[in-house]
Every structure is written in structure tokens, then in C-alpha cells.
Design a protein around this ligand. Sequence first.
Ligand SMILES: *[C@@H]1O[C@H](CO)[C@@H](O)[C@H](O)[C@H]1NC(C)=O
Ligand SMILES: *[C@@H]1O[C@H](CO)[C@@H](O)[C@H](O)[C@H]1NC(C)=O
Ligand SMILES: *[C@@H]1O[C@H](CO)[C@@H](O)[C@H](O)[C@H]1NC(C)=O
Ligand SMILES: *[C@@H]1O[C@H](CO)[C@@H](O)[C@H](O)[C@H]1NC(C)=O
Ligand SMILES: *[C@@H]1O[C@H](CO)[C@@H](O)[C@H](O)[C@H]1NC(C)=O
Length: 324
Amino acid sequence: MWPLLVLLLLGSASRGSAQLIFNITKFVDYTTCNQTVVIPCIVNNVEAKSLREMFVKWKFRDIYFFSYNGEKNESKPSNSNFSSAYIVPEALLSGIASLKMDKSQAVPGNYTCEVTELTREGETTIELKYRVVSWFSPNENILIVIFPMLAVLLFWGQFGIVTLKYNASVTKEKTILLFVAGLVLTTFVIVGAILFVPGEYSTKRASGLGLIVVPTVILILLQYSVFMIAPAIGMSSFSITILILQVLGFVLSVVGLSLCVSECTPMHGPLLISGLGIIALAELLGLVYMKFVASNQRAIQPPRKAVEEPLNAFKESKGMMNDE
Ligand SMILES: *[C@@H]1O[C@H](CO)[C@@H](O)[C@H](O)[C@H]1NC(C)=O
Ligand SMILES: *[C@@H]1O[C@H](CO)[C@@H](O)[C@H](O)[C@H]1NC(C)=O
Ligand SMILES: *[C@@H]1O[C@H](CO)[C@@H](O)[C@H](O)[C@H]1NC(C)=O
Ligand SMILES: *[C@@H]1O[C@H](CO)[C@@H](O)[C@H](O)[C@H]1NC(C)=O
Ligand SMILES: *[C@@H]1O[C@H](CO)[C@@H](O)[C@H](O)[C@H]1NC(C)=O
């Protein structure tokens, strides 16, 4: 008999005052991409017809930091750490007491929402969690850095061919100019890659990406100069095709960059990457073409004349270029 009585007593005690029932959310995530953070608090059985009957309090680490008093029509954060916190009073009558605040003020942890409606009350606790999201995916990160690096290396390969194979016909000034431009480009790309370390979106990473992509315009100029400097190449249809390809790659990557740089979760990574890939491809084709032309020349001429070859080639091109 006794246990039954105890059960009955306990049961009536817990049913005691009317309870508000919440739609339970155990936790919500936010990332660096959320501008405002919404902590949901939804009451399922609100019966109040007037906001005057509603009271809401939000608690974090045992400290009340926000309160809404419907009778006084007063809604205010009571803690300067959460000065941006607010609820939408009009939504309370449909049971929504969700709290909104600036991401900058959000602190991960357990938030408790207490709602009172005349004599009925209830509370629920929601855990706010911070989730790290990478700006680009790991594969995209690798490709974005690899392609420009590859393109720069290939340029240095072209530079090597120009200085070694055509050194007799290329003036020192031109060589130095090529070298300096190449060095500037290399520095930009390396600094950009260092700033662009994988991770969440940040202005530092965005500027790193800019430093990687925009200076690849120098590669177009360098490719053009290298073609013009190498006596046997000039503006052949093949070199023009390569240059067009390179300009196309640059345009694609700059468009991709401008679409990605302002987005916290970029959708156009593939566009950017294909642009950078085309740039690297154009550099590769340029290098192969130069190597092919250079070795072709040597194959035609006897090895003993190898030293004179660039000179001859130089004179030839001069003769072809100067109409006089
Ligand atoms: C709350 O839960 C009830 C039933 O579980 C559901 O019908 C209702 O749509 C939910 N409300 C919200 C805002 O999710
Ligand atoms: C953050 O943003 C995502 C996507 O917009 C959204 O689904 C999520 O609910 C937001 N998190 C918070 C805590 O507001
Ligand atoms: C509460 O006050 C705000 C201004 O602070 C006003 O816009 C709103 O209409 C008031 N609501 C009620 C129910 O009095
Ligand atoms: C604000 O947060 C800091 C660090 O979490 C804490 O030391 C400080 O006491 C808080 N200020 C108030 C007014 O609660
Ligand atoms: C929040 O509460 C849950 C459940 O009580 C607990 O597992 C979790 O560790 C708490 N989180 C923090 C940050 O205190």
C-alpha cells in the first residue's frame, strides 16, 4: 500500500503547476560564416493572448544576461557581454522566444531559456557549439597553391632556356629585366601562399589568395617577352595560341577570385582552380615549345657550330625583322 501512495503523491507533485512544453533542441552550431547567431527556444503550448502575460529570461553560466518583461514591455540585455542580444516579442505569442545576437558576442556553452506565462512556466537548455569550417576544401587548397607555383617554376625553366640557349643574342638588360620580374612574381606567390594557409575564412587568407592570383598577370607579360626575345620563336601561330590560352586562364582565375573572395563558403572554387590550371598549362606548353624549337635548331646544325647557332639565329631574326 505505502509504495503506491508515495507514487501517487510524487505524481501529483510533479504535475503540480502547469508546465510549458518546449520543442527540445540539444545543441546548435555556428561557424565563422554566421553573422548572427540564433539560439532556438520554442514553446509548444503557449496560450497567452497578450504579450503582457509573457516573461522571458536567458541565462548563461548561471548568470541572467537577458530579460523580457511583457507587462512593462521591456526587453533588454542585462550584461554588457551580450549587448547585442534580442528576441522578437511579437513572435512570443506563437511560442518563439529564440535569442539572436551578434556572432562576435556569442560564446559557446549552455544557454538556458526560461519562459513564464502567467502561472505556467518552463525552461530548456540549448548548447551553442562553435564549428570550424575551412574556407576551401583541402583539395582545393592544394590545387590553388600548386598550380601557380608550378607556373612560376615553369617560367624559370623558360628563363633558363633563354639565358642558356640564346645567351649570345639576349642583352644583359633584358635578362636582368626578366629575372627581376620573375623574382617579384615568385615573391608575390610565395607570400600569398604563406598568408593563404588552410583554415577558416579571414581577410588575411583572402588577401593571400589575391596575392597568389592577381600577379599571374606578370606571367603573361613574361611569356610574351620570352617568346619575343628567343630569336627563333617570335609571334608564331603557336606562341599566339599559348598567349591566348594564358590570357583566358588569367581571366578565369580573376573572375573566380572575385566570386570567392567575398564568400565565406565559396561556390566557385572550381572556376578559380581551372583558371590557375590553364595558366600552368600555358606555361608548360610555352616551355615545351621553346625547348622543342631550341633542340630542333641544334639537330639541324652540326654540333660543332652550337656556339655560333644563337648568333646565326639572332642575325636571321634581325634580317627578318628589319625591312631595311
Ligand atoms: C514543435 O513540435 C511540434 C510537435 O512535436 C511540431 O508540430 C511543431 O512544428 C514544432 N515547432 C517548431 C517551430 O519546430
Ligand atoms: C548558422 O548558419 C547556418 C547556415 O545559415 C544555420 O543553419 C545555423 O542555424 C546558424 N547557426 C546559428 C547558431 O544561428
Ligand atoms: C513595446 O515598445 C515598443 C517600442 O519600444 C513598441 O514599438 C511596441 O509597440 C510596444 N509593444 C506593446 C505591446 O506595447
Ligand atoms: C564578460 O566576459 C568576461 C570574460 O568572459 C568576464 O570576465 C566578465 O566578467 C564578463 N562581464 C560581465 C559584465 O559579466
Ligand atoms: C552543456 O550541457 C551538456 C549536458 O548537460 C554537457 O554535456 C556539456 O558538456 C555542457 N557544455 C558546456 C560547454 O558546459
